[in-house]
Design a protein around this ligand. Structure first.
Ligand SMILES: Cc1cc2nc3c(=O)[nH]c(=O)nc-3n(C[C@H](O)[C@H](O)[C@H](O)COP(=O)(O)OP(=O)(O)OC[C@H]3O[C@@H](n4cnc5c(N)ncnc54)[C@H](O)[C@@H]3O)c2cc1C
Length: 534
């Protein structure tokens, strides 16, 4: 009977990265993915003949160079171009703002709208970059659980943060608790500038820019780096599926086996420890460790099963928050949009940066107001990328792709259902684009609307939350996904979690996977030592 060292449930990018790290350390690893294709939410699909669409995730921002190098991803096709401008934001008055990777250049763009804000931006960039750097110190840390036995780990973490000053700590605590709007109001005066910078206070979050805690959401998106540029976004050649493919190929090259179309029904448990998994078709596969990259609610409640957990743990995982207002709208176009606020070339800055409709913080908050009461936003926030501006061969000759990430559409609608709302919501996105880019509606040839229930059923993202669970302070670091199990371990011996529902959370980064692999390898070394000592 074959006994694998490790089975990884879920072949999303984190499952694949964990497999690559464990295989690199010499372990015998099998990945089991229920979908027909690996990649999870970081995937390239073909919804219409000849169109290669990044159905869910659409840009790279959180993938650290360290992981790219350790897994040799470039050798396996990882090729990311930095988006510059970062964001391109048009306004109803015909003006626009470009946020560039270079702070001086962004300040020059802001100066056309407000001289005071241009000066403030340079100081803001310096301040925020410093805080983002502090947060980067935490990315590769294994969060200690809050118990006496973990005091040595807590001391090791504290030692890593010894350069944090009291002022730094106060600022981080403040950013975790205040709203993005309060924070931006401290720095800027022009509504348009605040609207453009405020887009990231709501990305992936179930809150508006005026909700407490949204300042951290902004910071989370500044932590990223692309090709060494802090806070940047990047386009992956071949779409986001190419990122997962590179990670998968890296895992395969190190000896890992990846099976798709292999849904795991449950984790097998005997005497409080795992012995492997059972697939939906009844096949039993044995392993010493089972590492799940599936959503934490799925892992705890479906795969481990509440009957194998104590009631306190069941209570904690049942209150894990995983709500979402994300609706992804993918389109096939006959031509790139021509914004009124742009008189340059096509493709130009609006097409090679992230095109965002966010004229003010109030606009974003009103979009959220609708969602709070169970309505899809009448005027949603939208940001779009046009991959064919970088790589024309992703669509048939002369055609284009637009990927719109939008908010808000609640999972459950207070009136009606997504069966009818899907089309109406897609039409609203087309209408907003038409307002800023006359002629846009005639260019639309295909539309795919993925509402939260679709994100749940297609990618296993419960509640449609793109991060496998909300990134609120009560669900971060040692508390992600639940208190006492923030260190990638679970209450069952040999069962670990390595997906975005663990520290440091969502985004295509591979960091939870890398951290988890370290914990698995450490536990393995310890158990071998115990074996030799006994
Ligand atoms: C619409 C949308 C837009 C996004 N945009 C971006 C972006 O631009 N940039 C960015 O960095 N991030 C983005 N994200 C977030 C990012 O995609 C996710 O945080 C990340 O891909 C999650 O990766 P993961 O490996 O942790 O989990 P997942 O990708 O969720 O993978 C988990 C895998 O487990 C599988 N699985 C579940 N249950 C089982 C089972 N029982 N048996 C076998 N397999 C199982 C699932 O099928 C899935 O493949 C976006 C997400 C969405 C949905």
């Amino acid at each position: 009977m074959k006994i694998w060292d490790s089975i990884i449930v879920g072949g999303g990018h984190n499952g694949l990265a964990c497999a690559a790290y464990l295989a690199r350390a010499g372990m015998d690893v099998l990945v089991l993915e229920k979908a027909a294709k690996e990649g999870g939410a970081s995937v390239t699909e073909e919804p219409w003949a000849g169109y290669q669409v990044s159905s869910a995730a659409y840009v790279v921002s959180l993938m650290p160079e360290r992981i790219v190098e350790e897994l040799e991803l470039k050798k396996y096709g990882y090729d990311v171009k930095t988006l510059d401008p970062d964001y391109w934001v048009p306004y109803p008055d015909g003006s626009h703002l470009s946020l560039w990777n270079d702070a001086e250049r962004t300040a020059e763009s802001i100066r056309k709208l407000s001289k005071a804000d241009a000066d403030a931006f340079l100081k803001f960039d310096e301040y925020f970059s410093r805080v983002a750097n502090l947060m980067r110190d935490l990315l590769f840390v294994i969060p200690p659980n809050l118990s006496f036995s973990e005091i040595p780990s807590a001391i090791r973490v504290a030692a890593k943060l010894r350069h944090w000053t009291r002022k730094d700590i106060a600022e981080v605590v403040r950013l975790f608790s205040i709203s993005g709007a309060d924070f931006l109001d401290e720095w800027f005066e022009d509504d348009r500038v605040k609207g453009a910078l405020g887009t990231q206070t709501i990305l992936g979050a179930w809150c508006g820019p005026m909700s407490p805690g949204s300042a951290y959401v902004l910071l989370h998106h500044w932590i990223g780096q692309v090709n060494g540029v802090a806070g940047a976004w990047g386009w992956a050649r071949g779409g986001m599926g190419a990122v997962s493919r590179a990670i998968g190929d890296s895992a395969r090259a190190r000896g890992a086996e990846i099976r798709v179309g292999a849904p795991v029904r449950r984790v097998l448990i005997q005497g409080g420890r795992t012995t492997g998994v059972e697939l939906s078709d009844g096949e039993i596969i044995h392993a010493r460790q089972v590492i799940s990259s599936a959503h934490p609610s799925t892992t705890y409640l479906d795969l481990i099963g509440s009957e194998n957990l104590d009631s306190e743990v069941v209570h904690k995982i049942k209150r894990y928050k995983t709500r979402s207002g994300t609706v992804k709208v993918n389109m096939g176009l006959s031509e790139l949009p021509k914004p009124t606020a742009w008189d340059g070339d096509t493709p130009g800055d609006p097409h090679t940066g992230i095109f965002a409709i966010s004229p003010s913080l109030e606009y974003l908050e009103r979009a959220w107001d609708d969602a709070k009461y169970g309505r899809a936003s009448a005027e949603p926030y939208l940001e779009g990328v046009f991959p064919t501006a970088f790589q024309p061969d992703l669509a048939p000759s002369g055609k284009h792709i637009a990927l719109f990430y939008t908010q808000f559409g609640p999972f459950e609608l207070s009136n009606g259902s997504w069966e009818t709302e899907r089309k109406a919501y897609g039409d609203r996105i087309v209408k907003i684009m038409e307002d800023y880019c006359p002629g846009f509606s005639q260019s639309v040839e295909h539309v795919e609307v993925l509402a939260p229930p679709d994100l749940e059923s297609r990618f296993g993202l419960i509640g449609g939350n793109i991060m496998q669970g909300e990134m609120s302070v009560d669900q971060m670091f040692s508390f992600r996904p639940i208190p006492d199990y923030g260190d990638y371990r679970s209450p069952i011996h040999g069962v670990y979690l390595c997906g975005s529902g663990t520290h440091p959370g969502g985004g295509v980064s591979g960091i939870p996977a890398r951290n988890c692999a370290q914990v698995v390898l450490k536990d393995r070394r310890r158990s071998k030592l115990r074996f030799w000592q006994s």
